[in-house]
Design a protein around this ligand. Structure first.
Ligand code: HEM
Length: 329
């Protein structure tokens, strides 16, 4: 992510001839190629997740808002609460990622419904993906690969961004978003469109966000100096033992004006919002989430994933990573 900070500045200096020679996004990319790319950038770490390698498990209880049953036939909204396995993480494939550096943090939740079915959500604190589709995302990552001499070329990344404007929202976000002081003090965005499906099969598009009830809080510059580079896990464990750490799950409703399959853009702020429920963390630490594949397409009846090509690609990529890490690759 630090590299991305440098590169945006470089966009301003991209000439038209550089633009003409900007690296192209590949025509097609596979889930395996994306997983390989994460390993090239973050290193090969057998047994770890191939993205979001460093993280902390938690358990919680989700208290659904029964009013959502007007929009979704999910059995989730017929009960008072369900148990959830939760994992917070740093976005990179490096299990020793510097937690005082900017960049993506993740929150993954898997609820078990009374009928035994699962409802899975995995979002990032970034409201956008770096690219409108897997190919544009891959092309961007390609520009961050070091050359033979170990250096990267910010101008190549700048030229790529200028030629592929759908990466710009996420890159700008990474320039301006401060470092969160705790996993419990950050918002997490589902980014993709999902649908509520009611008993008559009516579909209503939405995007979800987990909002921290303790409020957002960043590390200040003075705190950052002398701050340990790994602190997020211990901090969450102590917070959960000392206070109520909760998140409100909010659905932003889409309209016929909104694009439903592009994770590089957000919908307008004025869209209607519904509270879907509240997640209360009960424990933090341990290994309870290590064997979980937080595939965001595994949703309960009464929900439907959209055709967003990035969302579709995620199932295959997570399955590859899951198989690799369970076999210690
Ligand atoms: C093509 C795009 C993407 C690819 C290829 C990809 C790939 C991966 C992989 C391989 C893992 C590790 C899975 C495991 O071993 O269990 C992972 C984890 C994760 N990803 Fe993605 N991802 C993509 C997009 C996204 C987006 C858009 C978000 C946010 C909305 C996201 C959020 C997460 C989170 C939170 C985790 C950690 C889940 C956990 O704690 O187990 N990813 N991703």
């Amino acid at each position: 992510m630090k590299k991305a900070l440098i590169t945006v500045c470089a966009i301003a200096f991209v000439s038209s001839s550089q633009l003409a020679f900007a690296q192209q996004a590949p025509e097609k990319v596979s889930a395996l190629e994306l997983v390989d790319m994460f390993e090239k950038l973050g290193g090969n770490h057998p047994g770890f997740r191939k993205a979001h390698a460093s993280g902390v498990c938690a358990t919680g209880q989700f208290l659904p808002n029964p009013e959502i049953s007007a929009y979704s036939a999910s059995p989730l909204f017929d009960v008072d609460s369900v148990e959830a396995v939760v994992r917070f993480s740093m976005g990179s494939a490096n299990p020793s990622a510097d937690e005082t550096a900017p960049g993506a943090r993740g929150m993954a939740v898997q609820m078990t419904l009374p009928d035994g079915s699962k409802h899975t959500m995995a979002g990032n604190n970034t409201p956008f993906l770096t690219g409108k589709d897997p190919e544009t995302f891959y092309g961007f990552l390609q520009t961050l690969l070091p050359n033979k001499d170990g250096t990267t070329d910010p101008n190549a990344t700048g030229a790529y961004i200028a030629a592929n404007p759908s990466v710009l929202n996420a890159v700008k976000w990474s320039q301006t978003n401060p470092v969160p002081s705790s996993y419990s003090r950050e918002k997490y965005f589902g980014i993709h469109t999902f649908f509520f499906v009611d008993n008559d099969a009516n579909e209503l598009p939405f995007k979800w966000t987990f909002i921290p009830d303790l409020g957002e809080m960043d590390i200040t510059i003075s705190e950052k100096e002398g701050h340990p580079t790994q602190f997020l896990k211990d901090k969450l464990v102590s917070e959960v033992s000392e206070e109520n750490v909760t998140f409100t799950l909010v659905a932003q409703l889409g309209t016929s004006d909104d694009v439903l399959n592009d994770p590089s853009i957000a919908w307008p702020d004025e869209r209607e919002e519904l509270t879907m429920g509240q997640l209360m963390l009960k424990t933090a630490g341990g290994e309870g989430c290590d064997g979980v594949n937080f595939d965001p397409n595994v949703v309960s009846a009464g929900f439907k994933p959209s055709d967003d090509p990035v969302l579709k690609m995620r199932s295959a990529a997570y399955a590859i990573s899951f198989a690799k890490r369970l076999s210690n690759q």
